[in-house]
Design a protein around this ligand. Structure first.
Ligand SMILES: Nc1ncnc2c1ncn2[C@@H]1O[C@H](COP(=O)(O)OP(=O)(O)O)[C@@H](O)[C@H]1O
Ligand SMILES: [Mg+2]
Length: 533
């Protein structure tokens, strides 16, 4: 069916927005900057499936079932229509943060890689010819996951269920355990299945004294410098069904709680999904504690059985991605052992998996068991889970060369995404740019820096847990007080960050880490790093 841009009234319509495109679901219309795009019916349906499950890989079988249901066709049909669709969509604009809209994932299917916002429009509210840009597109978009979420179906289900009856749900757990990953998955599903708006605000870049309300205002598309930002938010969201995902709350719990209490009181149709290392302790809050990924029970009898454990599945998937050769049955016990050693913490597993591209698993297990090489005695943290993540970080960092270690420490000044040039700013005084670039790539290979090609402009970032750790290393290093004065800070931070007045760590003298209280469990003394040969 072709697009129709006449005066049709949207009747309980659902809009899907990506880049400069708007797809009107019931009217089966696709527009770019107000211009209709001609799209065949099958291609339209393929696009709708992709948008509804943005970020997920959809197989040919799934497309055939959804788009050609009841009709027997060759798998090639998917390819042909997908090719038409890709042609019709063209290349994303630079601000769209992706190189292509639809990625072909070899042997698995297709994935929509662009950011998608979904919005419900009330019947009769918006005549097609008088549309103004609905406000959903002005919400900060949910960051797309680059890889699939492994083994969290039950947890995701529990969060969704809780959100159906509670207005504030907090996913609580230690750093690196997967809170953000689960919350993003929930938000994406809600966006795809339920009408309403989903906003996202990452509080990780905030200094504890920064006004939380400004960050939330930015994320919701209101002016952060409005005289009464809270009122501006309330006015904008009044009467709208909004789910706000507030990520990384732990270091701003006090001021955040005050703001959330006010927002929840003023906006009866607002729901909040928060992630934090500790509960917000607000009345009505529903806390869901995230436990580590399930480990194999006992000794697995086969590789297949070991892979039934999500922890092993994650280890194997990340190891393959790092270039490890295929695992066989004989590796099952070692894989299970690594995951147990990492206590099923996804971030710790990812860090170790990154090494399997260049190290034999037997050697890795052997080194992991050698207390002389791996420093994980009980003095570091009372909770074993924390100890194993600290150990995984120590271990990864202990194997960095001097250039990589220096760069890693310094990169902690960037609390949001950055590009190669921004990284080189930090090393301009004392490092050859080629070596610094190699070091950056090496850090990404070791999973200490996340490389996210969908953000072509600024593809690098540190996970907040990793950044906290690098910050501590920086605080302990002699460079601590030299850094910010030599380097004015991240070049051109994004507007929301500017508005939230993100600061670099201050560094008057000596270690100054009090603004990351959540790291009190990780007592990093300089000798806690063991430099393995
Ligand atoms: N269930 C999962 N499947 C795949 N990767 C995961 C899973 N949980 C966490 N990760 C990965 O582990 C790392 C840490 O997860 P994250 O969600 O940032 O943890 P947290 O928010 O608790 O600090 C990220 O790189 C994330 O992609
Ligand atoms: Mg997180």
């Amino acid at each position: 069916m072709l697009a129709d841009s006449t005066n049709t009234q949207a009747n309980g319509e659902v809009l899907w927005r990506f880049g400069s495109f708007v797809l009107w679901e019931s009217q089966r219309r696709l527009e770019r900057r107000g211009q209709s795009i001609r799209l065949g019916s099958r291609s339209f349906d393929l696009l709708l499936q992709l948008l509804k499950r943005a970020g997920e890989v959809i197989s040919n079988e799934e497309f055939l079932a959804a788009v050609w249901s009841g009709v027997v066709v060759e798998e090639a049909s998917v390819r042909v229509h997908m090719s038409n669709l890709r042609k019709a969509l063209g290349t994303p604009d630079p601000i769209d943060d992706c190189r292509e809209w639809i990625a072909n994932v070899p042997l698995r299917g297709y994935r929509f890689v662009g950011r998608v916002a979904c919005e419900a429009v009330q019947a009769g509210v918006m005549p097609a010819t008088q549309r103004t840009a609905p406000q959903a597109c002005e919400f900060a978009r949910i960051p797309a996951r680059l890889s699939r979420l492994i083994g969290r179906n039950a947890e995701v289900g529990r969060v969704i269920e809780a959100l159906a009856s509670r207005r504030l749900v907090t996913v609580v757990g230690s750093g690196g355990i997967g809170k953000t990953s689960v919350a993003i998955d929930v938000a994406m599903r809600q966006q795809a299945s339920a009408p309403g708006l989903v906003g996202f605000v990452d509080l990780a870049p905030l200094h504890s004294a920064d006004p939380v309300i400004c960050a939330i205002a930015c994320a919701l598309g209101t002016a952060p410098d409005a005289p009464e930002p809270l009122q501006a938010i309330v006015q904008r969201l009044a009467g709208r069904e909004v789910l706000l995902l507030v990520d990384s709350c732990e270091h701003v719990i006090e001021p955040l709680s005050r703001v959330l209490i006010q927002l929840l009181a003023a906006l009866p149709s607002l729901r909040i999904l928060a992630t934090s290392r500790e509960a917000l302790r607000i009345e009505g809050e529903h806390v869901l504690r995230l436990t580590p990924l399930a480990l194999p029970e006992g000794e697995p009898a086969s590789l297949e059985e070991a892979m039934c454990s999500p922890a092993v599945e994650l280890l194997v998937e990340r190891a393959w991605a790092a270039g490890a050769t295929a695992f066989e049955d004989c590796h099952r016990a070692m894989l299970a052992r690594i995951c147990r050693r990492m206590d099923g913490i996804p971030l710790a597993i990812e860090l170790v998996a990154a090494r399997l591209g260049a190290q034999a698993i037997a050697d890795l297990v052997h080194r992991m068991d050698d207390p002389m090489r791996l420093y994980w005695t009980g003095t570091r943290a009372a909770i074993p889970r924390h100890r194993s993540l600290a150990a995984a970080l120590d271990w990864s960092v202990a194997l960095l060369n001097e250039t990589e270690l220096k760069l890693f420490r310094r990169l902690s000044v960037y609390s949001s995404r950055f590009d190669v040039d921004s990284a080189l700013v930090l090393t301009a005084d004392d490092m050859d740019p080629e070596r610094a670039t190699d070091a950056l790539i090496s850090l990404a290979t070791k999973s200490l820096v996340v490389f996210d090609p969908e953000h072509a402009g600024k593809p690098y970032r540190l996970l907040d847990t990793t950044r906290n750790y690098a910050q501590l290393l920086l605080a302990q290093s002699k460079e601590n007080h030299a850094m910010p004065s030599r380097h004015p800070g991240p070049p051109s931070p994004s507007p929301p960050l500017l508005a939230a007045r993100v600061r670099l760590p201050e560094s008057a003298s000596g270690p100054k880490i009090s603004f990351w209280p959540q790291w009190s469990w990780m007592d990093l003394s300089p000798h806690s790093l063991v430099l393995a040969p």
